[in-house]
Design a protein around this ligand. Structure first.
Ligand code: ADP
Length: 400
């Protein structure tokens, strides 16, 4: 029969108490005699959940803290398998089974699990199982303990969340500052030139006509550059803010390629660059926004022409990929792009400074191209070798 010692939650009646250190009159129990009662009190009044489990894995005892949390009657669970206790979730049951198995090998096991308590209360618990050995070296029982760390975890989670949101805010701020400083830098250069040349012309109206024409040409070119920059910025902001709806229609890709080649051919002709495209393919029909994909192709073709020396070649080919994807490749025999620059190439305002190749641009073209292709559910890849040329690959999904 199980015997239980009386465990007081409140101080016992005065007549049952003895002053600490003072022996009770009559047959005062010694500290040694009182030890079992003290251990019992520690076991039941600990703020941790505590269990004694038999070597076969059956529950032999559990403390009041655990009983209260689980909202059960002790007599309903004592003697039953520990892994079948009602407070384990499905995953908690598996973990405790594995933990008991490992503890049977003599290991001290500690892990975080969950206890499902009275009325569905869930506690995150820092749980441990320790085997206790007899003098013969056999496991006589396991001591299992659980510390409720729900509040601790919640505080940790809140701290992480606050830190994450502070980090995000700082990142956003840095991005905004970078963006503003890039925009101001890009605006400042052409503006300074426009103002400078206009002032020179105004100050001295007698400058020779050829010089005046040169200055006015610079003013016009820088004005156009500013206008392009503003157009690109507006375009990018429209795409990024999601205020853009693709006007998709069924189009033969070859038609768009031909049109983009037609638009880029004056630039190619000016540099005696051989511009060609592969016409051997069967027609490939995709649902695309004609203007947006033309814009992407023209941008890639213009770059290819810009960064290819005179007499070079630029080509466009169309290829079928597995799973219904279609790839349009714009290849050139130009200066190429160093491998270390490739990861940042699609960033806004990113331009590669290569000695001897100071070509003007906004550094926004590829950022816009990527956004447009991604809006279509596709992606852009690059392959490039310095000195040999580059390949920009637009990969688009087909409608099925
Ligand atoms: P930009 O308007 O300045 O050309 P892009 O975003 O279109 O801006 O291109 C960014 C940079 O990528 C260019 O400044 C150039 O250094 C590099 N680049 C793009 N296309 C090519 C290419 N075909 N060959 C070599 N470099 C290229």
């Amino acid at each position: 029969m199980r015997t239980r010692l009386t465990v007081y939650n409140d101080p016992p009646p005065a007549e049952n108490r003895s002053p600490i250190g003072e022996p009770q009159s009559g047959s005062a129990p010694t500290a040694e005699q009182q030890l079992p009662q003290w251990y019992h009190a520690i076991f039941h009044h600990s703020f941790q959940f505590a269990f004694i489990v038999s070597p076969e894995g059956r529950l032999l005892e559990m403390n009041q803290t655990a009983v209260k949390f689980a909202g059960i009657r002790v007599q309903d669970v004592l003697g039953k398998f520990f892994m079948d206790m009602p407070w384990w979730s499905a995953s908690g049951k598996n973990s405790v089974e594995a933990a008991l198995f490992r503890a049977s090998g003599g290991e001290f096991i500690r892990y975080t699990t969950e206890f499902i308590g009275f009325e569905g209360a869930i506690a995150t618990v820092d749980f441990s199982i320790k085997p206790v050995f007899s003098e013969m070296g056999e496991i006589t029982f396991f001591v299992a303990e659980g510390r409720d760390i729900t509040a601790l975890k919640k505080a940790e989670f809140e701290r992480d969340r606050e830190k994450q949101s502070a980090d995000n805010w700082q990142k956003l701020n840095e991005l905004k500052n970078d963006f503003l400083s890039s925009v101001s830098h890009e605006l400042r250069t052409p503006l300074a030139s426009i103002i400078g040349f206009a002032q020179t012309l105004l100050r001295d109206l007698s400058v020779p006509q050829a010089t005046a024409q040169k200055f006015l040409t610079i003013i016009l070119q820088d004005g156009q550059r500013l206008s392009r920059l503003v157009e690109d910025l507006l375009d990018l902001s429209r795409i990024e803010s999601g205020h853009i709806e693709l006007q998709r229609t069924k189009i033969n890709i070859a038609e768009i390629v031909e049109y983009a080649i037609h638009l880029s051919s004056p630039n190619a002709a000016a540099k005696h660059i051989h511009l060609c495209w592969d016409t051997s393919q069967d027609p490939v029909f995709l649902y695309l926004d004609r203007d947006r994909i033309t814009q992407v192709l023209v941008n890639l073709l213009d770059n290819a022409i810009k960064f290819t020396p005179e007499q070079g070649a630029v080509s466009v080919t169309i290829a079928h990929l597995p799973d219904g994807y279609v790839m349009i490749v714009v290849a050139d025999t130009g200066i190429g792009i160093p491998a270390e620059e490739l990861p940042r190439l699609f960033e806004k305002f990113y331009r590669i400074r290569q000695k001897g190749h100071e070509v003007r641009g906004t550094g926004l073209g590829l950022a816009i191209a990527r956004q447009c292709v991604e809006l279509h559910g596709g992606k852009i890849d690059i392959e490039s070798t310095v000195g040999s040329g580059s390949k920009f690959m637009i990969i688009l999904p087909s409608p099925e």
